[in-house]
Design a protein around this ligand. Structure first.
Ligand SMILES: NC(=O)c1ccc[n+]([C@@H]2O[C@H](COP(=O)([O-])OP(=O)(O)OC[C@H]3O[C@@H](n4cnc5c(N)ncnc54)[C@H](O)[C@@H]3O)[C@@H](O)[C@H]2O)c1
Length: 363
């Protein structure tokens, strides 16, 4: 491997990286545990046909670190972790593969919980749960908390309102123009929220099927080619597809006032957050605004009462609004880009709560 693994772990504060290989199924999975100061690591499992092991490792580490910050900023008592499986989700899935993964997750004894992410579904973890007690986000029929896209979309909607209040002096999105990149599970629900509020929506997607789903429900929605979404003159741009899309090529093209969307790792590099700040575009940090799904799985682990779960999750997700107002206020007062303020607040919480634990308590 070309990556100097321990150097990278030291640089980014990682605790543990586990390489898992199962000879029966050929499973190759990397579990990265970033920081467990606040509690056991929590983070989904991505399955992707990575071109190299380095690429898979970098993805696992980047995503795990992001989970540490997402848990911390959204008032959850979990740390950051992530799994990546090297494989093609269209061809390489089987019951045995996910049971093999479940056995490896079980060996960690509750230091790490996982569930769905890109390329995996709730059913994959129903298989994994036959071998492990440390899985979340199973379908509701199997006792899990179900579709996380619901609270995620709600959190993005609340995030848009917070940003609109700061930029336009009103949290109402009525009459505003919102451009959405990607109308998959989250994007489609977001269109519903925006339509209900009377916003004008422009969408793009590489999947015709998903475009058609939206059009059949909301015939007035405007559609643009995927490549043209960056040029749309709008109030809010909502990246709900891929990471890394805010970069040197796209930022000069943007004609929006606010960016708030569900995609993870939207900034290609942290400096792109600075670029947005200089350009006068208010960026709602991705891991703050898209925390709804995490809030739901964290709730599943913390509270056994699932009758009130939906209510509790939506209430906590609604508070993304308040977290963002705090971030935007500090950003304005101190002229620091919002992504840096969010990082600082997350790190402060980890530090303070971590220090509490220096007082010994027998439990
Ligand atoms: N589902 C959740 O609860 C959740 C939680 C946090 C973050 N996220 C993130 O939000 C994003 C969307 O999640 P999702 O669950 O809706 O995923 P999804 O796979 O259901 O939807 C993604 C959509 O983006 C489209 N897409 C891909 N490339 C595109 C491109 N170049 N231009 C336009 N569209 C493109 C896909 O065709 C698909 O319709 C992902 O980045 C995901 O990691 C999701």
């Amino acid at each position: 491997m070309k990556i100097d693994i321990f150097k990278e772990m030291e640089k980014h504060g990682f605790e543990q990286i586990i390489f898992n290989y199962d000879k029966t199924t050929g499973l190759k999975a990397i579990i990265a545990i970033h920081d467990t100061t606040l509690g056991p690591a929590l983070g989904g499992c991505r399955m992707w046909p990575y071109e190299s092991e380095d690429e898979a490792l970098i993805d696992a580490m980047r995503l795990a670190k992001g989970m540490t910050y997402k848990c911390a900023i959204s008032d959850n008592n979990f740390g950051g972790g992530k799994t990546v499986i090297i494989g093609d989700p269209k061809k390489d899935k089987s019951e045995a593969l996910f049971r093999a993964l479940g056995r490896f997750v079980q060996t960690l004894g509750g230091r790490y919980y996982t569930g769905t992410d890109v390329g995996t579904t709730g059913m994959d973890f129903v298989y994994a749960s036959r071998e492990s007690d440390y899985l979340v986000g199973l379908p509701e029929e199997y006792g899990g908390s179900g579709n996380s896209a619901l609270p995620t979309a709600y959190g993005v909607y609340r995030g848009m309102k917070a940003a609109a209040r700061v930029v336009f002096g009103t949290e109402s999105l009525k009459g505003m123009k919102v451009a959405i990149q990607g109308v998959g599970k989250v994007g489609q629900i977001l269109v519903d929220y925006l339509a209900e509020e009377g916003a004008k929506t422009v969408i793009s997607d590489i999947s015709e099927e998903n475009i058609n789903k939206v059009k059949s429900k909301h015939p007035h929605v405007e559609v643009v080619e995927p490549e043209n979404i960056y040029d749309v003159e709008c109030d809010i741009f909502a990246p709900c597809a891929l990471g890394g899309i805010l970069n040197d090529d796209t930022i000069p093209r943007l004609r929006c006032k606010i960016i708030a969307g569900s995609a993870n790792n939207q900034l290609l590099e942290p400096r792109h957050g600075d670029m947005l700040h200089e350009k006068g575009i208010l960026y709602a940090p991705d891991y703050v605004v898209n925390a709804g799904g995490l809030i739901q799985v964290a709730d599943e682990l913390e509270y056994k009462d699932n009758e009130k779960r939906h209510e509790r999750v939506m209430m906590k997700t609604a508070a993304i609004y308040d977290i963002l107002i705090k971030i935007f206020t500090i950003s304005k007062e101190q002229n620091i880009p919002p992504h840096k303020v969010a990082d600082r607040l997350a790190e402060e919480r980890i530090e303070v709560i971590g220090k509490l634990k220096t007082t010994y308590v027998k439990r």
